[in-house]
Design a binder for this molecule. Structure first.
Ligand code: F3S
Length: 406
């Protein structure tokens, strides 16, 4: 692999031992994947934050990197942790877990990585510009950054994203290369989608069918907001390994390549999505009895979603045997506090949980068995990894169920 003078210095340890180890990891993986050079990246989103996922070996690795002088050279943010960093007691997290989780966060802070603990970095200050090369490790955020923002990243693993944070470099392959970003499949939508839950399911269905590649969706002919796009991004990255999509007349690269897409879309493999495909996922993930936990916020809830929940819960009470959790980033909650949303949600009996999510928190040990959510990604992981009973519905129906039961 070709290395610049600066990269050679990193490689030889002139920038410190942590940088040396990090750049060597990037080079090794890059060479295995056919990369011929490294490139600069402007931001990293680092996963491997929850103690539930990385355990004691992960803590050891982070401690070693801190001792070796590891420092982020670029804007770097963190994925969700295993608990709300401030209100972990409210979540009934045990003390030993909490201490280890806080230690992990502190180690990342010592390396100069911002403790955002969220999977929506693009809504909270880590929002790369069009064509910026970045190294992100949260699959839903990777898909959003590539597709909606037009930034360029592969779906990095946690250690590689951390290595990019410590060096400001990544290997030049995959979605960093222009030609690899052109669509491979044309997805013709023959049904109207109405809300983020529908888009989450659309992503899940298409991911399941094509597994990999770059889908180009026909324009859904309804205005697409950020919540629909983040739900679609998460769904696509769940059942398949899709990290980039385009939507005709909507996403940035589809607009720029409009003429070429018109010519070439006839040659792409075509998949038709009808109402039935979406409906069957609602049927597949249906609870037969009342949930014990309703979770909104996979990916983390935006301020608009929290506002909607608050509006529905104003002067209402959540049923005594149901918990409602809204997962979001800490600074989105600060805004919700100021807007009065938190107060309304808490008065009704719900909770806004920050810094974590139901997939990376030790949910099973908290005793929940039946979960209702508006996210296909949450359904997939909670049924697959945790063997929980999970149902999917819209945000509106979730809140209605919290109030009325099912
Ligand atoms: Fe985010 Fe956790 Fe879902 S990281 S996308 S809320 S599984």
């Amino acid at each position: 692999m070709f290395l610049t003078k600066e990269e050679e210095k990193m490689f030889d340890g002139e920038y410190g031992e942590a940088t040396r180890l990090a750049v060597r990891l990037i080079v090794k993986v890059g060479e295995a994947l056919g990369a011929q050079k490294l490139i600069d990246v402007s931001s990293a989103q680092v996963s491997g934050v929850s103690y539930k996922n990385i355990g004691d070996p992960g803590i050891q690795l982070l401690e070693d990197l801190v001792k070796l002088g590891g420092k982020s050279r670029i804007l770097s943010t963190l994925n969700p942790a295993g608990m709300d960093l401030k209100n972990w007691k409210k979540m009934k997290i045990d003390k030993d877990f909490a201490e280890k989780q806080l230690k992990i966060i502190n180690l990342y802070i010592q390396m100069g990585i911002l403790p955002t603990c969220s999977c929506i970095p693009y809504l909270i200050g880590n929002s790369p510009k069009y064509r910026a090369h970045i190294a992100w490790a949260e699959s839903s955020a990777v898909t959003y950054a590539n597709s909606v923002l037009g930034a360029r990243t592969n779906r990095e693993g946690g250690p590689l994203a951390l290595a990019s944070a410590l060096t400001g470099k990544t290997a030049f392959y995959g979605f960093h290369i222009e030609e690899n970003r052109f669509p491979t499949h044309y997805i013709e939508l023959r049904t109207k989608l109405h809300n983020p839950a529908d888009y989450s399911i659309l992503g899940y269905v298409v991911g399941k069918i094509i597994k990999t590649g770059v889908p180009l969706f026909s324009n859904p002919r309804v205005p697409l907001n950020v919540d629909c796009l983040k739900a679609l991004s998460a769904g696509l990255a769940t059942s398949g390994s899709i990290s980039l999509f385009h939507i005709e007349d909507c996403t940035i690269e589809a607009m720029i390549e409009k003429r070429r897409l018109q010519i070439e879309k006839g040659h792409m493999e075509k998949i038709i999505i009808e109402k039935e495909e979406i409906k069957s996922v609602y049927e597949e993930y249906a609870l037969t009895s009342s949930p014990d936990l309703i979770y909104i916020g996979c990916p983390h809830a935006s301020i608009q979603e929290i506002g909607k929940i608050a509006k529905m819960l104003r002067n209402r009470k959540i049923k005594g045997d149901i918990e409602l959790w809204v997962g979001t980033a800490a600074n989105v909650k600060t805004l919700a506090d100021r807007a009065g949303y938190t107060d309304i949600i808490e008065k009704s009996g719900g909770k806004i949980i920050t810094d974590t999510c139901i997939v990376v928190s030790p949910l099973k040990s908290l005793g929940f068995q039946k979960i209702l959510t508006n996210s296909a990604k949450a359904c997939y992981y909670l049924t697959g990894l945790e063997r929980l009973n999970v149902g999917i519905t819209t945000l509106e129906d979730s809140v209605k169920t919290a109030i009325e039961g099912s």
